[in-house]
Design a protein around this ligand. Structure first.
Ligand code: FES
Ligand SMILES: [Fe+2]
Length: 351
C-alpha cells in the first residue's frame, strides 16, 4: 500500500511529449501521459471506459486522446467528448484525470483526492533549476518496494560494505561522530559533520583539491515523505565557517531522489546528481553521475534480492541496528499517512 494524497514524480519533463502517448504504471494504476497543444502535461487513466483498451495505444487528436479500439475521444479532464456514430454521450463515459504539475524538470502527479492537490506541497528540488548548478539525472526501474529504496538512502552505513569500490570513501562513519537527528513526524533531517579532516578521494577527484588539504565535511540528509530524499554532501576549507553557513570556500554536491511506487513490489526511481562547481567542465558532472549510478546499481541488486525474500516470507522478523533509526522513522511516517487515509494498519513489510 501507499499514501495517495501526496505528490509523486510521474516522469522527467523530456519523457512527456506532445504527440506521444506514454503509459506508466503508478501506484498500481495505469496512467497515460502526454502534452496538450499548449504544452501542458496531461495524465489520464490508461483504461478506456468502454472496453478497457489502453488509451496509450491510441492517438492524440488536438488536446484529446482517441482510443484506438472504437475511437472514443477523451479530453484532458477525462470526459468523453466524442463517440463515433452516436450523438448521446453517457454521463458515465469518462476516465480519471489526475492533477499534474511540471516543476524541477519533473512531471508531478497526485493520485489521491484531486481536491487536496496543493502545488505548494511539492518538496524543494530547486537545485535542478539553479543556473549555477550542473546536474544529470535518470530513471531506474527497481524490482522492489519503494520503501526499500528510501531505507537504503537513509542508511549511509552500507557505503563501506556494499560500495567498497565506488562510494565507500565518501561515507562519514556514524560511530566516530555525533549525528544530529531532527524528526518531527512530517520530515527527517540527519546531519553528519566532521571538522578538520583529510579530504576524501571523492572530492579530491571531482573538485581537483589539494591532496593534503584539510577540510570540514558534511553529509546531511533530508527525508520528506513519502519517498523523497535529498543528500547535501560537501567539503570546505577547514575552519572556513561552512558549519555556520558560509559555503564560500566549499564544494557541494546534492544527491536528489524521488521514488514512485509502480506496484507494491516495484518502483520507478527518479534521481539526479548536482554540483555547484566546475560549471564549465561537463565531464565533472558526468563523472559524479557515473560514480553514483554505478553505486545505485549495486543498491538495486540488493533491493531486488530483499524483495524476493520478502515475497517468500513477508512476516520474517527484521533486526534494527542503531544506523536504521532514520529509516525506521521514515517507515513510521508513511504508515501513519496510510492509516490516516484508509483507517487501517498497512502491511508491515511491503507497505
Ligand atoms: S475500448 Fe476504447 S473505444 Fe472501445
Ligand atoms: Fe547505496
Amino acid at each position: 500500500m501507499y499514501p495517495k494524497n501526496t505528490w509523486y514524480v510521474a516522469a522527467w519533463d523530456h519523457e512527456v511529449k506532445r504527440l506521444h502517448l506514454m503509459r506508466r504504471l503508478l501506484l498500481g494504476e495505469p496512467v497515460v501521459l502526454y502534452r496538450a497543444s499548449d504544452g501542458s502535461p496531461v495524465a489520464l487513466e490508461d483504461r478506456c471506459c468502454h472496453r478497457h483498451a489502453q488509451l496509450s495505444q491510441g492517438r492524440v487528436k488536438g488536446d484529446t486522446v482517441e482510443c484506438a479500439y472504437h475511437g472514443l475521444r477523451f479530453a484532458p479532464d477525462g470526459a468523453c467528448v466524442r463517440i463515433p456514430n452516436q450523438k448521446q454521450i453517457p454521463k458515465t463515459a469518462c476516465v480519471r484525470s489526475y492533477p499534474v504539475v511540471e516543476k524541477y524538470h519533473w512531471i508531478w502527479i497526485w493520485m489521491g483526492d484531486p481536491a487536496l492537490a496543493d502545488e505548494s506541497l511539492i518538496p524543494d528540488f530547486g537545485v535542478m533549476d539553479h543556473p549555477e548548478w550542473n546536474w544529470r539525472g535518470e530513471t531506474l526501474q527497481v524490482a522492489g518496494n519503494y520503501l526499500l529504496v528510501v531505507e537504503n538512502l537513509m542508511d549511509l552505513s552500507h557505503l563501506p560494505s556494499l560500495h567498497d569500490t565506488t562510494l565507500a570513501d565518501t561515507a562519514i562513519p556514524e560511530n566516530d561522530i555525533p549525528v544530529e537527528y531532527k524528526i518531527d513526524g512530517t520530515a527527517i533531517q540527519v546531519d553528519r559533520w566532521v571538522l578538520d579532516t583529510p579530504i576524501p578521494p571523492y572530492f579530491r577527484i571531482l573538485a581537483d583539491l589539494d591532496r593534503d588539504a584539510r577540510v570540514d565535511r558534511w553529509m546531511n540528509t533530508t527525508y520528506t515523505p513519502p519517498s523523497f530524499v535529498r543528500i547535501d554532501i560537501g567539503a570546505a576549507e577547514a575552519g572556513s565557517g561552512a558549519r555556520d553557513g558560509d559555503r564560500s570556500r566549499a564544494v557541494t554536491t546534492w544527491n536528489l531522489n524521488a521514488v514512485t511506487p509502480e506496484t507494491a513490489t516495484s518502483s520507478h526511481y527518479f534521481w539526479a546528481q548536482a554540483q555547484d562547481f566546475a560549471g564549465d567542465d561537463p565531464s565533472i558532472s558526468e563523472l559524479d553521475f557515473s560514480l553514483v549510478h554505478k553505486a545505485f546499481l549495486e543498491d538495486l541488486e540488493v533491493i531486488r534480492g530483499q524483495q524476493e525474500n520478502i515475497d517468500l516470507e513477508p512476516e520474517a522478523p527484521r533486526v534494527d541496528l542503531a544506523a536504521d533509526r532514520a529509516g525506521v522513522q521514515a517507515r513510521r511516517i508513511v504508515e501513519r499517512m496510510i492509516r490516516s487515509e484508509t483507517g487501517s494498519e498497512p502491511h508491515r513489510r511491503s507497505a
